[in-house]
Design a binder for this molecule. Sequence first.
Ligand code: BES
Ligand code: MN
Ligand code: ZN
Length: 498
Amino acid sequence: MTSQPSISFAKAGAPKKGSVFVFSTEGGGLSDAARACDPAKTLDRAFPVADFSGKFGNVAEVLAPEGTGADRLVAIGVGKTSALDEYAWLKLGGTVAAQLRKATDVAVILDIAGMEVDAAAAAGLASGILLRAYSFDKYKTKKDNGDGKADDKKLAKITIHCADPAAAKKAFADAESVVDGVLLARDLVNEPANVLGPVEFAEQAKELEKVGVKVEVLTEKDMKKLGMGALLGVAQGSVRPPRMAIMQWNGGKAKDKPIAFVGKGVVFDSGGVSIKPAAGMEDMKGDMGGAAAVTGLMHALASRKAKVNAVGIIGLVENMVDGNAQRPGDIVTSMSGQTIEVLNTDAEGRLVLADALWYCNQRFEPKFMVNLATLTGAVMVALGQHHAGLFSNNDELAERLTASGTATQEKLWRMPLGADYDKLIDSKNADMKNIGGRYGGSITAAQFLQRFVKETPWAHLDIAGTAMGSPTNEINQSWASGYGVRLLDRLVRDHYEG
Ligand code: BES
Ligand code: MN
Ligand code: ZN
């Protein structure tokens, strides 16, 4: 991660230096606090020429405005104040971050004509700034801003001027835990597989002990003892041994059953013997996006001290081509005792999750399990890259997840499950095969997972299209999006705390 701007909160004021950001409602309405920053009314004159109407996301800028002492005055449109929801504040923060340029000294006048801006809004704005400012540039030895000159840019110090800075600071402390979780997930997904193998990923999970998470790491030997033949079959083609990390955050009542999150952590997916085409294979360093989201979420829950008992389990393997690699036609025995005929070694994520889900259910008897996985290319054919696929055996859980998706704009679309699809993975030679037919590829993958969850309420999120390579937006400019952390944090906040 690149170093981030620093953010603080202060009382309302009209700064006489640096870059000053103000907000305008639709029609160019500025608040008194904004007007105080622009005594010569330069913005009012600039708005028509800049074609600025105050619509949401509009930007108008005046350099070295007369009579202010400021270097720059930037107005950002907020549109209609009635439409300013949780996600709108993140986007406005993103718009601020996008306009930073080389500014080091930045004041944001968070005051809007005709509305009370609360602490949650201020925290959202600050979060949006950090989410947008993220970039993965640790391997660039020559940092430049595209102008060919070495980057001597100092980091921006941003002061958000608002009505109740103490309340804003408190709200942001909580929100920043979630931002940190998202950025951790992005870092893990962006990291190349030569650096982040299963062992190294498990070490990253161990780091969560610093925020109070209990972390256990199962080795290959442990998993052999447990009979995790499905996961181990995938791992056997790699010289790097597999791991499973079990993260527990106990912030709830001692007697409360935990909620559980399970992630696919294939640090690199070559396809194995059923090898993938060369074009685009580099993207398969991100095939651990599910595990990254679970790790980021556990970080968020622990560091904001969520009042919930939560378990995060990640299955960490590398799927490689090798003399010892699993072959098409091999039959493996999963921890559940069910046998699987591996007809395609590239359908490996479900094999990893089969053992991780079974282990989770057996050991923790959770209230529910949500698994996240970059599981199928087929989900992108079905939904594109703006919704993740949601599969569930439980309507209440599915509806809650969908609502959290709408609130956070980490959107979900429910897909079907059923006996007709389930029979497509029956096998001639074993209890099941790891691929279905040509059609409904993301559904047959989900049916496969369902065979390892019994009656426990469960949801599977197929995030192949949303975790990485999805279109950039106001709050993410990076290849890895960190998808799932904000979504599941919202689910926990709204339904499972206290
Ligand atoms: N990791 C891939 C799915 C994937 C593809 C994620 C593209 C992100 C971007 C998964 O392991 C896989 O290879 N799935 C196969 C399944 C098939 C062999 C039944 C697929 O989708 O082609
Ligand atoms: Mn694969
Ligand atoms: Zn995969």
